[in-house]
Ligand binder design. Sequence first.
Ligand code: TRP
Length: 341
Amino acid sequence: MKKLFAVLLTIAMILAMTACGGGSTPVSSGGAAPSSPEGAKQVTVGLIQLMEHPSLDEIRAAITARLEEKSAESGVSIQVNYQNAQGDTSTINTICQQFVAGKVDVIVAIATPAAQGAAAAAENSGIPVVFSAVTDPVAAGLVENLEAPEGNITGTSDAIPVEKIFALAKELTPEAQSFGLIYNTSEDNSLSVIAQVKGYLEGAGLSYTEGAVTTSADVQTSARNLLGKCDALFVPIDNTVASAMAVLADEAIQAKKPVYVAADSLVADGGLAAVGVNYTNLGSQTADMVLKIVTGTPVSQVPVEVLRDNNLVINGDTARAIGVDISQYGPNDATFVSSVA
Ligand code: TRP
């Protein structure tokens, strides 16, 4: 099934890249009257997104909106060839190899596994890679020096404020002494956060149990198992879990246990609370870096941007359903969301 998908995708991409359009959308020209200036430099962006889940979709929307908004004043006319890898590693590689073979001007990769695939495919090709929302670009092997990226790779990072999340857990549910940690061990973005979390919990005298998942289909069983053993769950910035977050949140609500997370989208999907970054801002910053690079700034002069401004996000519906008092937080302290489902 996956193979068939990869083959179909390859065909679709060849069509898209050779003929006139397919998966490509011009973002800098509006309708009949192109808004791009006369003689604007034509630029092709290969945009790969790991999979569909609300946070990655939000990032992509912000990237394309910002490219559209700013390309004319940057003197470029941008064509975006967008491909979604549906969470599959071989599909990531196929997409990125096609981008390289098609000689796109820059590859933009959303989420860690997509960025790793793009880096591997673009190596020695001279094509720059701009990653978006890579939690730990150093641990992921993408860059060694955030300030002056040495390869042809730079991008944005969503640093996870582990201590703030657990301080919040202590405030909201001080009785929670044991945490279930649910994540995909093949996501480097999760491994790096989980290592920090374990260190924190050990230091705070709290216990944990790990629940590894391989695909989003494993999330429900793993969540149920952990909820049977622990007082609360923690979900790092894991794409596999994110794509099944609503199912996980339902299980936790039935068990009347809190789920602490690291992204606002996971709260909208039913988690209790998060401390995390604004992903629309992160997408816009990613697009600004792309514009700098396609207008001639060397990648080594475009430092990695780590977003550190955090917002507290609480799901009022979830709090009510599991009986957690959130009355100490007012509209100035937190963003309140309702479950989207
Ligand atoms: N930071 C994740 C990565 O490095 C991607 C990501 C962005 C994400 N927003 C998210 C993952 C929300 C889970 C939930 O791959």
